[in-house]
Design a protein around this ligand. Structure first.
Ligand SMILES: NC(=O)c1ccc[n+]([C@@H]2O[C@H](COP(=O)([O-])OP(=O)(O)OC[C@H]3O[C@@H](n4cnc5c(N)ncnc54)[C@H](OP(=O)(O)O)[C@@H]3O)[C@@H](O)[C@H]2O)c1
Length: 259
């Protein structure tokens, strides 16, 4: 077990080798927490984020684990237990999708739904279940799920993706009821976030068009940054003492549109 002070808190962030998860890990590290970084494919980006967190003073554990595998989730929890003997906040941020135009109903198969649900819904469930024994030992324990505006607006990369995030919203409410009063469970539904997710999925030209269109429509005339979502993950994790079962939309006002 770590030799650092037993009073330091621990945040576990899935999918933290990039984008929103990386920004969230850095913010918790900057606030004096230790962090567990998770990824499922390439170690190099995760190691880079880990070093950024260490530079901010955090002790860091880097774990390769696919959240769609229950065995991986339990192994991740066991490694956090062995390292720190505690976890205070779990951020279920890892997500996946397939980009299929909405009208192309034949472009999306049952296997696509199953693969996307396995990560976005079942993965968050398995991670939460694996961490309950650690989380419930601490008075400020919280789970923060990263959903999407796609679940409200019928927008986004594919119908399977938006349906998975709708399921994640419903699961957030169910888990909040199940795990209270010890553990708060909330979700964040971001709008268009400037991360590798959409750039890789759409390609640079289509991405820039999507950003322009989003800024035209949004009341705040901007897109979201990973750091904006990290701020929400910090508040829901640590500050929102009386909030549970909530899905917080952070969209720069694109749903209400510009007047
Ligand atoms: N970007 C947006 O506009 C946007 C909007 C709304 C919601 N979101 C949600 O925000 C979350 C993060 O997205 P992002 O924009 O930060 O994307 P990103 O930059 O592409 O990062 C995705 C992260 O998830 C990890 N990951 C993917 N599948 C995983 C799995 N099965 N197990 C563990 N880790 C896995 C990736 O690591 P590996 O590559 O190593 O697997 C990576 O660290 C997702 O849940 C996404 O649905 C994004």
């Amino acid at each position: 077990m770590s030799t650092q002070s037993a009073t330091r808190k621990v945040c576990v962030v899935t999918g933290s080798s990039s984008g929103i998860g990386a920004a969230t890990a850095r913010l918790y590290a900057a606030q004096g927490w230790d962090v567990a970084i998770n990824y499922s494919r390439e170690p190099a980006p995760a190691e880079e984020v880990a070093q950024q967190c260490r530079d901010l003073g955090a002790e860091v554990l880097v774990v390769k684990a696919d959240v769609s595998s229950d065995a991986d989730c339990r192994r991740l929890a066991a490694q956090v237990q062995a390292r720190w003997g505690r976890a205070d906040v779990l951020v279920n941020n890892a997500g996946t999708t397939r980009f299929v135009p909405l009208k192309d109903l034949d472009g999306l198969q049952a296997e696509d739904f199953q693969r996307i649900y396995a990560v976005n819904v079942v993965g968050a469930y398995q991670m939460t279940r694996a961490f309950v024994p650690l989380l419930e030992q601490h008075p400020v324990a919280a789970v923060v799920n990263v959903s999407s505006i796609a679940s409200f607006m019928g927008t986004g990369s594919s119908i399977a993706y938006m349906a998975s995030k709708g399921a994640l919203n419903a699961m957030t409410v169910g888990l909040a009821r199940a795990l209270g009063p010890k553990i708060r469970v909330n979700a964040i539904a971001p709008g268009l976030v400037d991360s590798p997710w959409l750039r890789n999925g759409l390609g640079e030209v289509a991405y820039e068009k999507a950003v322009d269109s989003y800024k035209q429509r949004a009341a705040l005339a901007d897109v979201i940054t990973p750091e904006d979502i990290a701020q929400a993950a910090w508040w829901l994790g640590v500050g929102a003492a009386k909030t549970t079962g909530e899905v917080l939309l952070i969209d720069a006002g694109v749903r209400i549109t510009r007047g």
